[in-house]
Design a protein around this ligand. Structure first.
Ligand SMILES: [Zn+2]
Ligand SMILES: [Zn+2]
Length: 276
């Protein structure tokens, strides 16, 4: 009942006519216009968000069992990443960034003109709706990509197998990806907000939220504040669902929500961390 009330309140705030985001947007566009208009900004935002959001989970992994209050939420207890595993994922991430992300960013910087900043901020409803729509669209695209890359052996071995090196995921394994997968994911997260005609603030918010939920999917912990617990009725999978995909790779192909796996019969039950 309390959860329903929270959603009702959010909905009421979202429906207000004047955007509560206008003062923030005005401050951003009047004081940091050059930075925000740069084609490099979304790249720097997502790369920085990734490393910042990985840090708390890395700390949890490094402290491990010495921190029982946190360790009780580990989805696969006794399966902490070793230094070699962290270094391997860090190395793959660095390789991908040097070879793909930075050249793509440099190309954007050289050839893409600075983007114009609109005067109006999005309403909270537009922001929340835009982020949700982007997550839903990405969920469908990645579900299809992921399904095909597991069902067609050549695609799996050539492009996706590297991501399944570890059956007990941890935050840095999020970007332990082949180049083709990283390019595909980057392409959709850049194109989708344009297709959905999102405001720039909505686009950037989606990019950060998407990084957050992707890292959370792999973090290896099912905390009380995990998205699958905050979003009711089992609509959202979150870390437990994706953890099961790494244990049983022919199940749970959708990265975020539950509906596509339920519709296509690939849903595998995931149990929440034992101690609640
Ligand atoms: Zn994964
Ligand atoms: Zn997979």
């Amino acid at each position: 009942m309390t959860q329903v009330r929270v959603f009702e309140t959010i909905w009421e705030v979202c429906q207000t006519q004047d955007s509560v985001l206008q003062p923030l947007w005005d401050y951003m566009r009047l004081n940091h216009s050059e930075t925000l208009r740069s084609p490099l900004f979304p790249v720097i935002l997502t790369v920085a968000s990734y490393f910042v959001l990985c840090v708390p989970y890395l700390v949890c992994d490094m402290v491990g069992k010495k921190w029982p209050a946190i360790y009780q939420y580990k989805i696969q207890p006794n399966k902490l990443p070793t230094t070699a595993m962290l270094l391997h994922c860090g190395g793959v991430t660095l390789y991908n960034h040097l070879l793909l992300v930075f050249p793509a960013a440099a190309a954007q910087w050289l050839w893409r003109p600075p983007v114009p900043l609109p005067e109006q901020a999005p309403t909270l409803l537009e922001l929340a709706g835009g982020v949700t729509a982007n997550l839903l669209l990405f969920d469908l695209q990645y579900f299809i990509w992921h399904f095909l890359h597991h069902k067609i052996r050549w695609l799996y071995v050539t492009f996706h197998a590297i991501h399944h090196n570890y059956s007990a995921p941890f935050a840095l394994a999020t970007q332990c990806l082949g180049g083709w997968e990283l390019v595909t994911v980057g392409f959709w997260t850049t194109l989708n907000p344009v297709l959905l005609r999102c405001h720039l603030l909505t686009t950037w918010m989606f990019m950060v939220v998407h990084v957050y939920v992707s890292v959370e999917d792999h973090c290896g912990y099912d905390f009380p504040w995990s998205t699958s617990r905050l979003i009711p009725f089992g609509v959202y999978g979150g870390p437990s669902k994706h953890d099961v995909h790494h244990q049983k790779p022919n199940t749970n192909f959708a990265p975020h929500f539950s509906h596509w796996d339920k519709l296509f019969g690939t849903h595998a039950d995931f149990s929440f961390a034992e101690t609640q």
